[in-house]
Every structure is written in structure tokens, then in C-alpha cells.
Design a protein around this ligand. Structure first.
Ligand SMILES: [Zn+2]
Length: 280
């Protein structure tokens, strides 16, 4: 996913770098990588990606957020292949205890939160930071506002010019910024209402939907969710939109799965390879 100039990769299955190449997404743009858990389909592409970045003569830091053990797996592979990378990697261990701030960038904050799966697993929340209000240019120019006044207004405060005994009202000189967006990524998880407080009011919720209703028992046994369960979580959390994914290969046609989700939460979508989804 991208935000401004930042490009984040969330989970890294086997064919990730092939897909990135196919869709013309540059590896060099990725500085932060988030791995939810250590089942192969979520991280086996990582070593290949690290090697390709080395071959591309990357020099800048790569930060990898993931569960304990990931650093050991990568370090052992590097050690036995006698590969001395051209660039540094920083591993940051995720925790399955509560919500944790992982990254605090200029425009965005990234958090992890626990999911219930067969091994330690976390979801991730990408949350835009509050922005300054937008000036109404004509008004600001005609009033010839000082820098101090502009700063106050952009920060949402009325400005009082005591010498001139004038109050500049924030609503008269500025428009509110666009609503803040929040993307929640729920990787593999059992149906778990405990995650709702973490993902509340997200603009877009990605939630795994491995199974259909008919296979609900199998979903519970394998610590996965059904499409209808994903939709229930989206509804409880007040999400604007739900993106389904991680479908079992037993389903050739995914539309019945989408219908089961939409019966619970109308704004449900199927995630598809190579499609870009915009977060409103
Ligand atoms: Zn898994």
C-alpha cells in the first residue's frame, strides 16, 4: 500500500516479487515491510525479496516488522549463503499483547494488534495523522492576515488580533481538512470480536475470508474465518468498506462467497490480483 511517498508492503508470500514486477511496482520504494505471522504463504517471499534488493545495489535501510523468530530465520539464511548485504536491515519484533505503535511517519502512523490464529499473529492499522485546515485564499489575502494568524487558523483556533480588536473565526477563513483515513489489515484469524475496538471506524477493512458458511466448522478448526464472519466484524466495527481475501482454493467461483458477505455487510468487495483499491 502507498501513502504520499511512503510505500508499505504487508505480508510477503512466495510470488510477491514476481507480482511486484508484473504490476511495475518498484522494490526500491519499499522501506517498511510488515509480516503478520510465520505461515509460509505470508512470508516465504521475503528472502527472495531481500536478495533482489541486494542485487539491485540497494543501500538504504529496510525495516521489517514481524513476529519473534523472523529475524532468526533471515539471519540464518544470510549466514549460510555467505551473503553480505549492501544495505542494513532492522528487525522490529511485533507483540501479540494489545495495540502497539510500530511506525510514526510524517503523515501516517502504523500500529499492530493481536489476531487469534494457530501461531502468534498480528493485524496492522495504517492511520492518517490529523492535518492542518485549508486556507480560503481570497479571504486570507483580502484580510492580509499575519503569519501568526494563519498558523492559528490552520490549527483550528480562532485568532484574536487584540490591537485591532478583531476576531478572525476559523470557519470563515479555512475549510476543514479531508476526513482522516484508516486502513485495517486483518491477516489470518479466527472470528474474534475482540479485534473490533482496534479497527473501529476504519475506512477500509481487509479481513480474511477463507471459507463459506457451509465450511464454518472447518474455519473454526483451522483458526480462519468465513466471509459472513468477516462481514459481521466489518459491521460491528462501523467500517466503511470491507475487502475480502485469502480464499480457500476449494472455491472456483468466489461470487457465492461475496454474496454471503454482502448479506451481512453490503459494502463488501472481493480482493483481486493486480487491482488497485482507493481508500476514501
Ligand atoms: Zn496462517
Amino acid at each position: 500500500m502507498t501513502s504520499g511517498n511512503s510505500c508499505f508492503l504487508v505480508d510477503c508470500g512466495e510470488a510477491t516479487q514476481i507480482q511486484l514486477k508484473k504490476y511495475k511496482l518498484k522494490l526500491s520504494k519499499i522501506d517498511h515491510l510488515f509480516i503478520s505471522h510465520l505461515h509460509g504463504d505470508h512470508y516465504l517471499g521475503l528472502m527472495g525479496l531481500i536478495s533482489t534488493m541486494h542485487l539491485s545495489r540497494r543501500e538504504k535501510l529496510l525495516t521489517i516488522f514481524g513476529p519473534p523468530g523472523l529475524d532468526e530465520i533471515i539471519t540464518v539464511q544470510l549466514k549460510h549463503s555467505h551473503l553480505k548485504l549492501h544495505y542494513p536491515i532492522k528487525f522490529v519484533r511485533t507483540s501479540t499483547l494489545g495495540k502497539n505503535l510500530l511506525l510514526d511517519e510524517k503523515y501516517i502512523k502504523v500500529y499492530s494488534f493481536p489476531l487469534k490464529h494457530r501461531i502468534p499473529c498480528t493485524g496492522f492499522i495504517f492511520e492518517e495523522k490529523p492535518r492542518l485546515r485549508n486556507l480560503i485564499k481570497e479571504k486570507v489575502q483580502s484580510a492580509q492576515l499575519s503569519l501568526e494568524a494563519i498558523l492559528a487558523l490552520r490549527n483550528g483556533q480562532d485568532y484574536v488580533d487584540e490591537s485591532a480588536e478583531v476576531v478572525y473565526a476559523v470557519n470563515e477563513y479555512t475549510h476543514p481538512p479531508a476526513p482522516l483515513r484508516k486502513y485495517a489489515f486483518c491477516s489470518d484469524t479466527l472470528y474474534d470480536e475482540d479485534i473490533v475496538p482496534y479497527i473501529r471506524d476504519c475506512s477500509l477493512l481487509y479481513h480474511e475470508a477463507t471459507f463459506m458458511n457451509i465450511d464454518q466448522i472447518r474455519a473454526a478448526e483451522t483458526c480462519h474465518s468465513t466471509a459472513a464472519q468477516a462481514a459481521t466484524i466489518a459491521k460491528m466495527a462501523g467500517a466503511k468498506q470491507l475487502l475480502l481475501g485469502h480464499y480457500s482454493s476449494r472455491y472456483v467461483d468466489l461470487h457465492p462467497l461475496l454474496e454471503e458477505a454482502q448479506a451481512v455487510f453490503e459494502s463488501s468487495l472481493l480482493s483481486e490480483e493486480g487491482v488497485t483499491y482507493w481508500i476514501d
